[in-house]
Design a protein around this ligand. Structure first.
Ligand code: NCD
Length: 316
C-alpha cells in the first residue's frame, strides 16, 4: 500500500483516495498506543529528522512519539539551537542535513512554501508540519480522523470553522480536506479575519456564530494568532470573546450531538470558554490522541512509498 503523493505538503493537491488510505491506516495503527509495549519494528533502521523552525508543543511531540512507536531513529532539530541563527540559508541547512541520509523529514517553518522548496531540493519524503499561514495537513488529517471516529462518516456533515481564519493554516487544510471528503464547510469570524475569496476554496462565509452553529455537526474554534499580527484587526480581545467566543449560552443553540474541536493552543476565555473546552461536547483531547496515529500512518506510508521507488529504480 502506498500513496499517490511522494510528500505530504498540503491537502490542496491530495486526492480523496489518499486521505482515505491515511485515515484507514491510522485506524489500524491506533491500537499500538494502547499496548503495554508501545513499539513495532516497522521503521527500524530509518532516520526521521524533525526540522522545527517555529515553536511547537503538540505537533513536534506527536511526530516524535509517532516515529518512536514505529522504531524509527528520531532526531529533533530546532531553529534556535541551529546554524540558522548564524546566517545559514534554509536550503543550505537542508542540504547539510540531507548529506546525513535521513529517510524522512518533518518540517515546520514560518514561511509559506518552505517545505515545498525542500521537496524540490531533496530526494527524501517531506511532511509539512505547518508552513506560515498556508497549510498544516497533518492537523486536518487528525481532525478528519477524530470526526470520522465519532460520526462514522465525513460526507454530508456541516463543519463550522470559527476564528482567525486569515492567519490559520489549520483552517486552509481543513477546508480542502473536509470539502474533498464531501462535508460542507463554513467559516465564521469578523470580516477582517476572513480572507477575501475564501469561497473559491469551497467554504461558505458567515460573520455571526448564531447563524452558522445551530445545524452544525462540528464546530472548530481557532486561536487569534497575535504573533502574526491579528491583534490589530479587531477592537479588543474582550469584545472578540463577547461576539465570537464559544460559550455555554451559544452551545444551547447547537445540536445535542455536536462536536467541539480546537487544534490548540487554547486561549481560554477568548475564542472558547473553559466550560466548553472541558465540557461534554469537546473532543479536543481526542484530537491530540488521533495525532499520534495519523502521523504514524503518514510516516509509514511515505517511507514505504520511497522504498518502492528505490526498488523500481533498482530494476530499471
Ligand atoms: C496550530 C498551528 O501551529 O498551526 N496548532 C497546532 O499545530 N496544533 C494552531 C495555532 O497555533 O493556533
Amino acid at each position: 500500500m502506498a500513496l499517490l503523493v511522494k510528500h505530504m505538503l498540503g491537502l490542496e493537491q491530495v486526492e480523496r483516495e489518499d486521505i482515505e488510505t491515511i485515515l484507514d491506516t491510522a485506524a489500524s495503527l491506533q491500537e499500538i498506543s494502547y499496548r503495554p509495549v508501545k513499539k513495532v519494528p516497522t521503521l527500524r533502521g530509518k532516520t526521521q529528522v524533525n526540522l522545527f523552525f517555529e515553536p511547537s508543543t503538540r505537533t513536534r511531540t506527536s511526530f516524535e512519539i509517532a516515529g518512536k512507536r514505529l522504531s524509527a531513529d528520531v532526531v529533533n532539530f530546532t531553529a534556535s539551537a541551529s546554524s540558522l541563527s548564524k546566517g545559514e540559508t534554509l536550503a543550505d541547512t537542508a542540504r547539510n542535513l540531507w548529506a546525513m541520509r535521513p529517510d524522512i523529514l518533518v518540517v515546520r517553518h514560518s514561511a509559506a512554501g518552505a517545505p515545498h522548496l525542500l521537496a524540490k531540493l531533496l530526494d527524501t519524503p517531506i511532511i509539512n508540519a505547518g508552513d506560515g499561514a498556508h497549510e498544516h495537513p497533518t492537523q486536518a488529517l487528525l481532525d478528519m480522523f477524530t470526526v470520522r471516529e465519532k460520526k462514522r462518516k465525513l460526507s454530508g456533515l456541516k463543519v463550522v470553522i470559527a476564528g482567525d481564519i486569515a492567519h490559520s493554516r489549520v483552517a486552509r487544510s481543513n477546508i480542502y480536506g473536509f470539502s474533498k471528503m464531501g462535508a460542507e464547510v463554513w467559516v465564521v469570524g469578523p470580516p477582517t479575519l476572513i480572507p477575501p475569496g475564501i469561497e473559491r476554496m469551497g467554504a461558505r462565509v458567515s460573520y455571526r456564530l448564531e447563524e452558522a452553529i445551530p445545524d452544525a455537526d462540528v464546530i472548530m474554534m481557532l486561536r487569534i494568532q497575535l504573533e502574526r499580527g491579528a491583534g490589530s484587526l479587531f477592537p479588543s480581545l474582550r469584545e472578540y470573546a463577547i461576539r465570537f467566543g464559544l460559550n455555554p449560552a451559544r452551545m444551547r443553540l447547537c445540536k445535542p450531538d455536536v462536536l467541539v474541536m480546537h487544534p490548540g493552543p487554547i486561549n481560554r476565555g477568548v475564542e472558547i470558554s473553559p466550560e466548553v473546552a472541558d465540557g461534554p461536547y469537546s473532543v479536543i483531547l481526542d484530537q491530540v490522541e488521533a495525532g499520534v496515529a495519523v502521523r504514524m500512518a503518514l510516516l509509514y506510508l511515505l517511507c514505504a512509498g520511497a522504498e518502492h521507488e528505490d526498488t523500481d529504480q533498482g530494476r530499471t
